[in-house]
Design a protein around this ligand. Structure first.
Ligand SMILES: NC(=O)c1ccc[n+]([C@@H]2O[C@H](COP(=O)([O-])OP(=O)(O)OC[C@H]3O[C@@H](n4cnc5c(N)ncnc54)[C@H](O)[C@@H]3O)[C@@H](O)[C@H]2O)c1
Length: 457
């Protein structure tokens, strides 16, 4: 690794270091987003260190075990950059940061049990950087933050030791991450990225660096807060629209209208952007991003009631899944108490191994409170324990002991299950919350079927 320091405020110096591959990169937070980011920087030929407080993760990475099995393409990149010694991980931030020119922050920005955004990881690391960042370094925040967080919080935290002054001897900007779990390599190489800096020069320098690593369109924002506002706007747009179609679907159910038929036709109109109803909205982004903007509204004395209402609707959808289940049990004249209910899919979205804020957890708790015994089948968690329940390995082995199956996640694998398999259930109740079962075929079968938003057939 090179020992020479790049002046990150000087574009010629930065370009020289990029071309000679001497720019030293440190990514702090090497989880779902940070690790692929670090691997991309390393793949471009830059010496990259990943810093994380999770010792297990760091040890696994350094012993060649790739932790993100559901991120196609990155396993190979991981192997290559570890073999070429372009990347390693450490828990030692004090060693990693002073020897780096560029510090990327991909730290978690969750919320607490009262839905208040929690920026403690960013705040802690910023305070640490205040003591150990070497002069003339550039910090780029990729984490999802509220507009104004860089300007109001990060700069003063990094300056607080008195060693560093913004635009004198340290520089900051943002490049909010917008990749989808499960498709990160594709998204990193295709999706446009937003770039914001503390001034125009820094923005251009960040653009030059990201251009070097990722060949995607880089959208220049006037400042950091606008870039973060765009990131939140795009995700909250989805949260609100899912709430809209979910609420519509509740009414369509009563009218005997199939919401999926409505949406398939509606999306033919050029300016309709389709979203689908479901069991609820989870994951590390959408629910939190809505609460982040609501927090910004509170701070600024603004009103974002549409987001508030959207959240309430999305948070009520798991309860509707229970209503559909009770209704189906009623029709089959069986009590839910002591019944065995199979949850198909615990991930918060299809085809990923991720249960952060998944609606499945709420549905499972509600079913347990009603006295049901819950079993889980999810190919991404096979043989593991999730929410204290051992995940089943094989559907065929257990299906005849099941009294109801609820499709909570639309994993591709579930679209291949034949209705005849569900017909083998002891009490053939099937609830589909993701629109993957054709209600007309279900009606013709032996099943007592309820499809969320599909109406009674
Ligand atoms: N996962 C997504 O789908 C997604 C998509 C776009 C943006 N984002 C945003 O990216 C950011 C990171 O999210 P993620 O999903 O990668 O989170 P993650 O939880 O998968 O990874 C975060 C990593 O940071 C580490 N960490 C926590 N505190 C630390 C500290 N003080 N010092 C060093 N390491 C620390 C954790 O151990 C973890 O490995 C968040 O702001 C998130 O909102 C996530």
């Amino acid at each position: 690794m090179s020992n020479s320091k790049t002046n990150m405020n000087n574009i010629d110096d930065v370009i020289k270091s990029l071309n000679s591959k001497t720019l030293r990169v440190c990514v702090i937070g090497i989880g779902r987003i940070g690790l692929p980011t670090a691997l991309s920087f390393a793949k471009s030929g830059l010496d990259t260190i990943g810093v994380d407080i999770n010792e297990n993760l760091v040890n696994n990475i350094n012993s060649g075990k790739f932790p993100l099995k559901d991120e196609p393409g990155y396993d190979k990149i991981f192997e290559d950059v570890i073999r070429n010694k372009k990347f390693f991980a450490t828990t030692n931030i004090e060693d990693a940061v002073p020897n780096s020119d560029l510090i990327l922050l991909s730290l978690p920005t969750p919320m607490d049990e009262n839905n208040i955004p929690d920026y403690s990881a960013l705040r802690n690391v910023a305070s640490k950087l205040s003591e150990i960042l070497s002069p003339n370094s550039l910090v780029i925040v990729e984490s999802t933050i509220e507009p104004g967080f860089i300007e109001d919080d990060m700069i003063s935290l990094i300056s607080k030791s008195g060693r560093l002054n913004i635009l004198e001897n340290f520089f900051i900007g943002v490049c909010p991450e917008n990749a989808n779990p499960g498709e990160i390599l594709h998204d990193f190489t295709h999706l446009p990225r937003l770039v914001g800096g503390i001034n125009d020069d820094i923005r251009k320098i960040i653009k030059t660096i990201y251009n070097f690593v990722f060949s995607v369109e880089l959208i220049e924002m006037p400042n950091c807060k606008t870039a973060n506002a765009v990131k939140l706007t795009t995700n909250v747009f989805r949260d609100i629209n899912i709430a809209f179609v979910s609420e519509l679907s509740l009414m369509f159910e009563k009218l005997g209208i199939d919401t999926n038929v409505v949406l398939e036709a509606a999306k033919k109109k050029y300016n309709f952007q389709v979203h689908y109803p479901g069991a609820g909205v989870g994951g590390p982004c959408l629910p939190i991003n809505s609460y982040q903007l609501l927090n910004t509204a509170k701070r600024t004395g603004s009103n974002l009631s549409i987001i508030e209402h959207g959240r309430k609707i999305n948070e009520k959808m798991p309860e509707h899944v229970i209503e559909l289940t009770l209704d189906a049990f009623n029709e089959s004249q069986k009590s839910i108490q002591n019944s065995e209910i199979l949850i198909l899919g615990v991930s918060y979205k299809p085809n990923v191994k991720d249960i952060q804020l998944t609606p499945a957890e709420i549905i499972i708790k509600k079913l347990q409170n009603l006295g049901a015994k819950v079993r889980i089948y999810d190919p991404y968690f096979s043989s593991k324990k999730v929410f204290d329940i051992q995940v089943e390995q094989n559907l065929e082995d257990i299906i005849s002991n099941i009294d109801a199956a609820i499709i909570v996640t639309g994993h591709d694998e579930f679209t291949k299950i034949k209705l005849s398999l569900f017909e083998q259930m002891r009490n053939p109740v099937l609830i589909d919350t993701r629109g993957i079962i054709d209600p007309i075929s279900a009606k013709k079968s032996k099943l007592v079927f309820r499809g969320l938003g599909r109406g009674k057939f």
